[in-house]
Design a protein. Structure first.
Length: 317
């Protein structure tokens, strides 16, 4: 995926305020509008300008975009770091998702599911209105889901200085109860932690989407977890009982004789807690000792002589 430099697209500096962003967008949009500019490349340029403005006009999206880091250039091959937008608080519901043909793959990958402003201003008039709901993402460890936990998190909520038009972030610290058995993609609701209501309206809610940090041992599939377990050739060939990691500790795992790499063994109920509990699947990986000395080489030669086999016999010639 190629990185998009939205500041370069709008011909502005990174420290430009919101009014400068809007002014540059309007200028470029008029210049490259397909109804005005008949250059064959004008329409594509017009779409690029609109995409850049879609991100930079919304303070939350802009702050998250800036969080990607410095030193990235337009067109540079780029892979977003895991959970790059965790810890940022967004107002409104998801915006921009759904494969909009006017947006690049970069936009859809990075910003398709971020919250956006609704564009409505309920402050006018004397009526009451419920405060805007906010959305955020937090990254937790797999063990937090297995045991349950209470985490103190600091979200970055973004605001605009009404005098200067500049954006700034302020920390928003909360204690969040992580339910035992929460799955990736589930949403935790914190009532009253969203936007301020209007008139006599209540505050909105904060919805936190849960994602898992990469785990050094386990992969996750719903409530099930998977583990690649290294075993020796003799453990695989003769059968053995070995210690296998599981969430929360380890268990004795019986390896059947004549096992091969890729054999999958099920540990019932050893996945993420729930109704029902998930399972753990252990995938065997036979590790071959190195023939890095004469004694080992002679042993392998003896095996080849006494245990001849053709592992490719079923592949045809």
């Amino acid at each position: 995926m190629q990185f998009k430099d939205y500041y370069h697209t709008l011909d502005i500096k990174k420290d430009s305020n919101q009014e400068e962003i809007k002014r540059s967008y309007r200028k470029l949009a008029r210049k490259y509008h397909p109804d005005v500019n008949k250059d064959p490349e004008a329409e594509a340029r017009f779409k690029e300008i609109g995409e850049a403005y879609e991100v930079l006009k919304v303070p939350e999206k802009r702050a998250a975009y800036d969080n990607l880091g410095s030193g990235l250039h337009e067109g540079q091959e780029f892979r977003p770091p895991p959970n790059w937008d965790a810890g940022f608080e967004f107002s409104g519901g998801p915006a921009g998702a759904g494969g909009n043909a006017d947006y690049s793959d970069f936009f859809e990958e990075m910003f398709g599911n971020l919250g956006g402003r609704s564009g409505q201003d309920h402050r006018a008039g004397t009526f009451s209105a419920h405060g805007e709901d906010h959305h955020a993402k937090i990254a937790i460890n797999l063990e937090d889901s297995f045991h349950g936990n209470t985490m103190t998190i600091t979200l970055q909520s973004t605001e605009v200085d009404q005098k200067t038009g500049n954006i700034y972030t302020r920390p928003h610290t909360l204690n969040v109860k992580i339910p035992k058995g929460v799955r990736e993609g589930q949403r935790i609701r914190l009532p009253g932690q969203g936007g301020v209501g209007y008139g006599q309206g209540n505050k909105g809610d904060l919805y936190i989407d849960v994602v898992f940090n990469p785990h050094p041992l386990f992969k996750v599939d719903g409530r099930d977890i998977l583990l690649d377990l290294p075993v020796t050739p003799w453990e695989a060939a003769l059968g053995a009982t070995v210690s296998s990691p599981v969430l929360g500790g380890s268990v004795d795992l019986k390896i059947p004789p004549d096992s091969q790499t890729g054999r999958k063994l099920r540990l019932k109920g050893k996945g993420i807690p729930g109704k029902p509990h998930g399972d753990q699947y252990v995938v065997l990986k036979v590790v071959i000792p190195k023939a890095d000395n004469e004694k080992a080489k002679e042993f392998y030669k003896k095996m080849a002589k006494e245990m001849p086999m053709d592992p490719r016999s079923t592949m045809g010639r």
